[in-house]
Write a protein that binds this ligand. Structure first.
Ligand SMILES: NC(=O)c1ccc[n+]([C@@H]2O[C@H](COP(=O)([O-])OP(=O)(O)OC[C@H]3O[C@@H](n4cnc5c(N)ncnc54)[C@H](OP(=O)(O)O)[C@@H]3O)[C@@H](O)[C@H]2O)c1
Length: 202
């Protein structure tokens, strides 16, 4: 799969390091242009490239990995969202040091992302744990649960499959309204580390 990422920071690099060994390609992007990412692209190795946010959005799936206060600008920089699978890894934070949660009283943060991207097939994923908890890139890492929510089952499937393929346990929580609220920062399933060591099969 060709995975575009709007953002090139902690989340983008963590996802890249997990998917690259499985043969996926990653395109990172930021506001400073592809040249500013040359060193990082070199460090991450084969399979990684840098592009503009629009080029990242043109990949098979695109991950949104920018700070909440940059979400609107980042989303509005894409010409047309219709039909794109948009993986929302953001959290609605008001500040990062110290970490404080933004206003969660109305629509969920991923519903807001969906409102800003008409026609996009939004899937919330990779937001519910600090990246430091999933920064073991070896095949023997624990199968940490990563939650997935979305209103479009066909869009959720490749994201869920990718999560399983790279060695985590994908847990589908339902819609952006219900599951999104559970897994978004401030919700009851955010910041929960569930490592599956054994699974009972029927
Ligand atoms: N870090 C974690 O452990 C973690 C875990 C779960 C969820 N999250 C959430 O994931 C999101 C990203 O977090 P992060 O830690 O990866 O942030 P980060 O390290 O600060 O990276 C943010 C990236 O976004 C880029 N960016 C900013 N505005 C942009 C725009 N308009 N278009 C394209 N790129 C833009 C920045 O590049 P330039 O400034 O150079 O343009 C930077 O590369 C946040 O919403 C955060 O709450 C973080």
């Amino acid at each position: 799969m060709n995975i575009g990422i709007i953002g090139a920071g902690t989340v983008a690099q963590t996802i890249a390091r997990h998917v690259l060994p499985h043969g996926h390609k990653v395109m990172l992007s930021n506001t400073r242009g592809p040249e500013s990412l040359a060193e990082l692209v070199k460090q991450l190795g084969p399979g990684v490239s840098a592009g503009t946010p629009q080029q990242a959005a043109d990949q098979d799936i695109v991950v949104l990995a920018v700070m909440w206060w940059h979400v609107q600008t980042a989303l509005f920089s894409i010409s047309d969202w219709k039909g794109r699978v948009l993986v929302d890894a953001t959290n609605r934070v008001a500040g990062i040091s110290p970490l404080s949660v933004g206003d969660l009283s109305g629509r969920t943060s991923s519903e807001i992302v969906s409102d800003l991207t008409p026609g996009a097939r939004v899937v919330k994923a990779f937001n519910s744990v600090p990246m430091a908890w999933i920064s073991d890139f070896t095949p023997s890492k624990p199968r940490t649960a990563l939650f997935v929510s979305g209103d479009d089952g066909e869009a959720k499937k490749p994201v869920h499959d990718l999560i399983e393929e790279i060695g985590f346990t994908g847990v589908d929580l339902g819609s952006l309204a219900v599951g999104g609220r559970l897994q978004q920062l401030g919700g009851p399933l955010a910041g929960i580390r569930l490592n599956f060591v054994e699974r009972f099969s029927l």
